[in-house]
Design a binder for this molecule. Structure first.
Ligand code: MGP
Length: 225
């Protein structure tokens, strides 16, 4: 079930439409409430509940202790009200991550849903940050919409969530999966991800078991696409 599939240039419009329809609904409910019975606001449920997290290294704390849960959303309206209020990735200092995962899954290798899985990684070139570069913001929104819109269809059940990382050498978006096999399913998701983002660049699949064991920045990639 696809909730929305906006094109890049329509994202701002989609965002505004959400805001406008929300205030229209509030107005009509207030009006209705004066003359007739009150109606409960109708919200549109998502197929899954999703949790937004952020990571920023806090001194004296471990990586896991620095990982913070922001909140969970289970309706389209709640999603937009959270998303419209969080900072744009392009405005974040290097070292930050935002993660958006199915509720109950922590965005870390050690979580039971992730330990036997891996991730498709999309790297973005380092760009000038003065004034913010909206490119990664659009891609991040596009990835989140593809998650809540359940665009991965039959293979969507092995999709756990996504992470956007702001780094000095370039930003990165990773789509985290529950499994590393079968290869066909992993490639199907990678292909859909590239299609959703409209990118031709190579993307890399890393096994979480390799990430956990690595002792340098270099992680071998299991698949490329
Ligand atoms: P990173 O954020 O995935 O990569 O991991 P970054 O910052 O681009 O740096 P790189 O050069 O190491 O690729 C950075 C470090 O954060 C890791 O080396 C771990 O120490 C820690 N870390 C990251 N993740 C995703 C996890 C995790 O899931 N679990 C734990 N325990 N530590 C993690």
């Amino acid at each position: 079930m696809a909730l929305f599939r906006p094109k890049m240039r329509d994202l701002e419009v989609e965002r505004r439409t959400q805001e406008d329809s929300k205030s229209d609904k509030i107005t009509s409910e207030v009006t209705l409430g004066l003359g007739s019975c009150l109606t409960a606001p109708v919200k549109h449920p998502l197929e899954n509940t999703w949790t937004l997290w952020y990571y920023r290294k806090e001194s004296g704390k471990s990586w896991e202790e620095s990982l913070k849960e922001i909140m969970s959303v289970s309706t389209v309206e709640d999603f937009w009200s959270v998303f419209n209020h969080i900072e744009r990735v392009s405005k974040l200092q290097s070292g930050f991550d935002f993660s958006f995962f199915k509720r109950g899954i922590k965005p870390m290798w050690e979580d039971d849903a992730n330990r036997r899985g891996g991730k498709w990684v999309v790297n973005f070139e380092k760009r000038q940050r003065i004034g913010g570069n909206p490119e990664v913001d659009n891609f991040w929104l596009e990835v989140i919409l593809s998650l809540i819109g359940e665009t991965f269809e039959d293979v969507g059940r092995i999709v756990n969530g996504a992470v956007v990382s702001s780094r000095p050498r370039g930003d990165r978006i990773s789509l985290w999966l529950k499994a590393t096999e079968p290869k066909e399913a992993i490639y199907k998701i990678g292909t859909k991800l590239k299609e959703n983002l409209g990118i031709k660049d190579r993307i890399f699949f890393e096994d979480n078991a390799d990430s956990m064991q690595r002792n340098s920045s270099h992680v071998k990639c299991k698949y490329t696409l």
